[in-house]
Write a protein that binds this ligand. Structure first.
Ligand code: PLP
Length: 415
């Protein structure tokens, strides 16, 4: 399929509407959540209209159909990231996926490989979204383990010079983001994963900003766990994915307990079903799984490599256009090497919120604030930024609107 973002936009009903008194919608906030193509909306509606029943339970046709759709979605996700179906767990979000791993580890008893105690370390980085920082802070607090972290360089890259002192034989977990939601930096996984495995630690990858934007193969990355959210990948809200290696999922204790996740139950105890059921307590998010499968189908039809190439080209173009504006600073790498389409910036003399509001008046949706990464903002010397984040439906016209909008804001605020 040839890549045509203008044709792609026609598949997304939201682009038929206008913003702020008839202006064209320029949506540059896909890092927060993506827009949805009609096929995703239809899949969710059709589930409720035609197939709604509780999966894995009923002995009737609707339950059978719902189960086929839900388990079919698991097959789609597995194929999409190069995994086996039993290694794919549905959660409500990436945040829940990461908490599942952290709480599961916190439930481990002595003798279990995930048991943590004082003296052990958990390694994160300064560029984590709070979703991949706070669960580990809390796990450290509950177990007495120590949290340590890779620092970020002024350019917005991970400083790997301390790798040997950070990842040691005390390290149990290394949790990091694949692509920074603030800086756009794509992290060098190979060296980190190799080092983590050499000391017997597991690697948890926050792939929220990479799975929607590039082709991902969990085996090729050699990681151990991966989390992403459906809603950033054209799918519905309320569904996330956790992938984990089969032998690790077997040993990881459950997080949420209740119906559907058990093998047997007495009044005094229970045993667990094998993964993925062990980690999917209760009636799951079935319609959302149907929507996510449709989103993956759509992404596959367009082609992940095409999407990545398009975003890289747009990012390059936007960075070059932004460089012509005086007083504008990119917060994050300015070279295109290992960089994706999240572009955070500050403009001298204009508060990011004022800039965001000014752009919104022109129909341009960007995100302003700390982007759920307080420590990173502090490290980069900013309180907040204005962020444009790109996706498959963005066009050169969107970029020109943004650059013109920022230039107009500079005039308006007398800069
Ligand atoms: C890098 C990263 N990790 C985690 C999350 C959390 O995702 P969710 O809110 O869908 O759980 C986000 C959301 O912005 C993110 O960008």
């Amino acid at each position: 399929m040839s890549f045509d973002p203008v044709a792609i936009r026609r598949d997304f009903p939201i682009f038929d509407r206008t913003i702020r008194d008839g202006k064209r919608l320029v949506y540059l906030d896909s890092g927060a959540t993506s827009q949805k193509p009609q096929v995703v909306i239809d899949a969710e509606v059709d589930f409720y209209r035609l197939h709604n029943a509780a999966v894995h339970r009923g002995a009737h046709q609707l339950a059978e159909e719902a189960t086929d759709i839900y388990e079919g979605a698991r097959d789609s996700v597995a194929a999409f990231i190069g995994a086996s179906r039993d290694e794919v767990i549905f959660t409500k979000s990436a945040t829940e996926s990461i908490n599942l791993v952290a709480y599961g580890m916190g439930n481990a008893q002595p003798g279990n490989r995930f048991f943590l105690q004082p003296g052990d370390t958990i390694v994160v980085t300064e560029m984590e979204h709070h979703a991949n920082l706070i669960p580990w802070q809390q796990l450290a607090a509950r177990t007495g383990a120590t949290l340590v972290w890779f620092e970020v360089t002024p350019e917005g890259r991970l400083d790997l010079s301390a790798i040997d002192s950070l990842i040691t034989d005390k390290t149990k977990v290394v949790a990091l983001t694949h692509q920074s939601n603030v800086l756009g930096t794509i992290n060098p996984l190979e060296e980190i994963v190799k080092k983590a495995h050499s000391v017997g630690a597991v690697v948890v990858l926050d792939a929220c900003q990479s799975v929607p934007h590039m082709s991902i193969d969990v085996d090729a990355l050699k990681i151990d766990f991966l989390a992403f959210s459906g809603h950033k990948a054209l799918g519905p809200t309320g569904i996330g994915v956790l992938w984990g290696r089969a032998e690790l999922l077997e040993e990881l204790p459950p997080f949420l307990t209740g119906g559907s996740m058990i093998e047997s139950v007495t009044m005094s105890g229970a045993t667990w079903a094998p993964a993925p059921r062990k980690f999917e307590a209760g009636v799951p998010n079935m319609a959302q799984a149907a929507g996510l499968a449709a989103a993956i189908g759509y992404l596959n039809t367009v082609g992940m490599d095409n999407i990545h190439r398009h975003e890289i080209a747009l990012t390059k173009s936007l960075m070059s256009q932004l460089s012509s504006l005086p007083g504008l600073t990119i917060v994050g790498p300015t070279s295109m090497e290992n960089r994706g389409g999240s572009i955070s910036l500050t403009v001298d003399g204009i508060h990011p919120h004022d800039l965001g509001q000014f752009l919104d008046n022109n129909g341009i949706a960007v995100r302003t604030g700390h982007h759920c990464a307080w420590p990173l903002n502090k490290k980069m010397g900013v309180q907040s930024t204005t962020r444009a984040s790109l996706y498959l439906y963005n066009t050169e016209e969107d970029l020109q609107a943004l650059v013109a909008g920022i230039a107009d804001a500079q005039k308006y605020f007398g800069r």
